[in-house]
Design a protein around this ligand. Structure first.
Ligand SMILES: Cc1ncc(C[n+]2csc(CCOP(=O)(O)OP(=O)(O)O)c2C)c(N)n1
Ligand code: SF4
Ligand SMILES: [Mg+2]
Length: 308
């Protein structure tokens, strides 16, 4: 199967004997997390994996015991204990002399909010786990409530007028723990995403990946437009794609063109931004500041915004 959305990188029998996420799962059509799992399967190839998943759409999409659509052993946990349980699973694998890579897959609610204490603790101890946050910017599995990852201007089922506060910068928070590797990945840039997944799978110690994950159900967007939305977010500078090594060395992987047209398109293609009427002009000052900081951290002196 050659799926154009993934640039021909869809899961095939050549990647691993069992896909990480099999057909029959309960994810909505166009769910970014499904694409992420497809890419992760491609990146992991024949590496031995174990999943740990706190409460989320991911945790339920495997189905009802004893059936599972996951292609690897998967441990479901409470929200608060995801990173702690993953740390334990990694320790057990090491004691058994197994080369199992433990991957904690969590949503933004489980990462930015309810699981942040055990996540911070695991990062501080430099536990040997790969923590992946698929960030759909809401509590998706319970109907789309606001999280601290919800961006300014978006409505949620418990927030009717559009969020006032900006999104929490979770990558900076994780980097502040000086972990070996933290990176953001764009699902619309499959080569870069798969490369980083491989780097993160092969490193030892605490590794963190953050993916902006389209959620047609919560974003009120067309399922087929998910990858285009991610592309617009990257292009406009809204979602920076970067790697941070040891919490210090910042590398920007994809250079935006800071297009306001792309940013307005991103906002207008999702009905969650309609009620607040937020525009690129409202967001741009904060984005300029964000990019000035990123330029300083990455040692690059390119101006935050190119003059047109
Ligand atoms: C302590 C606790 N509070 C609330 C819930 C109910 N709950 C289950 S999944 C979920 C949403 C999770 O959101 P997120 O982590 O962003 O993952 P998503 O559903 O968006 O994939 C909630 C609130 C729970 N299981 N445990
Ligand atoms: S609600 Fe969103 S995150 Fe959950 S399965 Fe549907 S598209 Fe995916
Ligand atoms: Mg979520």
């Amino acid at each position: 199967m050659n799926e154009p959305m993934l640039g021909g990188m869809a899961q095939t029998a050549l990647d691993r004997a069992l896909p990480l996420l099999r057909p029959g799962n309960t994810n909505c059509g166009g769910c970014g997390m499904s694409s992420l799992l497809q890419m992760l399967g491609h990146a992991a190839a024949d590496r031995t994996l174990q999943f740990v998943m706190p409460a989320s759409c991911a945790a339920v999409c495997g189905g009802v015991f004893p059936l599972s659509t996951f292609g690897v052993p998967t441990l479901m946990t409470t929200f608060a204990s995801g990173a702690a349980a993953a740390s334990g699973a990694a320790a057990v694998a090491q004691l058994n002399g197994e080369d199992t890579r433990v991957v904690c897959l969590a949503g933004d609610g489980g990462t930015y909010d309810i699981g942040i204490a055990s996540l911070s603790a695991a990062a501080e101890r430099n536990e040997d786990i790969l923590y992946i946050c698929y960030d759909n910017e809401i509590y998706g599995n319970t109907g789309g409530q606001r999280s601290s990852a919800t961006p300014a201007g978006a409505i949620a089922t418990n927030l009717r007028q559009g969020k006032q506060q900006p999104k929490k910068d979770i990558l900076a928070i994780i980097a502040a723990h000086r972990v070996p590797y933290a990176a953001s990945i764009s699902l619309a840039h499959a080569d870069d995403a798969v490369r980083k997944m491989r780097v993160a799978l092969d490193l030892r110690g605490f590794r963190f990946l953050l993916a902006l994950s389209p959620c047609p159900t919560g974003w009120k967007s067309e399922p087929a437009l998910g990858m285009e939305l991610v592309r617009l977010a990257v292009r406009s500078g809204l979602f920076p794609v970067l790697e941070i090594f040891d919490g210090r060395r910042h590398v920007i992987n994809i250079e935006p063109d800071f297009s306001d047209e792309a940013l307005d398109m991103y906002l207008s293609l999702q009905r969650r931004f309609q009620r607040s009427g937020i525009t690129a002009a409202d967001l741009r000052p904060d984005l300029d500041q964000l990019w000035q900081n990123l330029r300083a951290l990455s040692g690059r002196i390119v101006p935050a915004r190119r003059s047109s």
